[in-house]
Design a protein. Structure first.
Length: 106
């Protein structure tokens, strides 16, 4: 967050937007958006901090997701299928209730 108490009590994101529009754009322009792991590695290395504090984790995530969504769209696949692969996966059908809680605890 920007920390400027005069804008949204210091929770503005103008600096993150600036980072996306300048430094992040310069780093990924020309890269293949289908190389998701390389895009993410590039963004993490560009930030250079353990918790993505310099450029902002939300800015890095937004750019990463934009690349993933663009690649999925170009591939003609839904995002979940693009990221998860083409193998059919299915959650198991629960056969019994093992954990109870909340309103159904009794």
């Amino acid at each position: 967050r920007d920390g400027d108490k005069g804008r949204y009590l210091g929770k503005g994101v103008l600096q993150a937007v600036e980072n996306v529009n300048t430094e992040i754009t310069e780093a990924i322009i020309g890269l293949d958006a289908e190389e998701q792991a390389f895009i993410d590695k590039t963004l993490i290395e560009l930030d250079g901090t353990e918790n993505k504090d310099r450029l902002g984790a939300n800015a890095i995530l937004a750019v990463s997701m934009a690349c993933a969504r663009a690649s999925a769209e170009e591939s003609g696949l839904p995002l979940y299928r693009y990221l998860g692969g083409s193998g059919m996966m299915q959650l198991p059908t629960p056969m019994m209730n093992i954990i109870n809680g909340g309103a159904h605890a009794d």
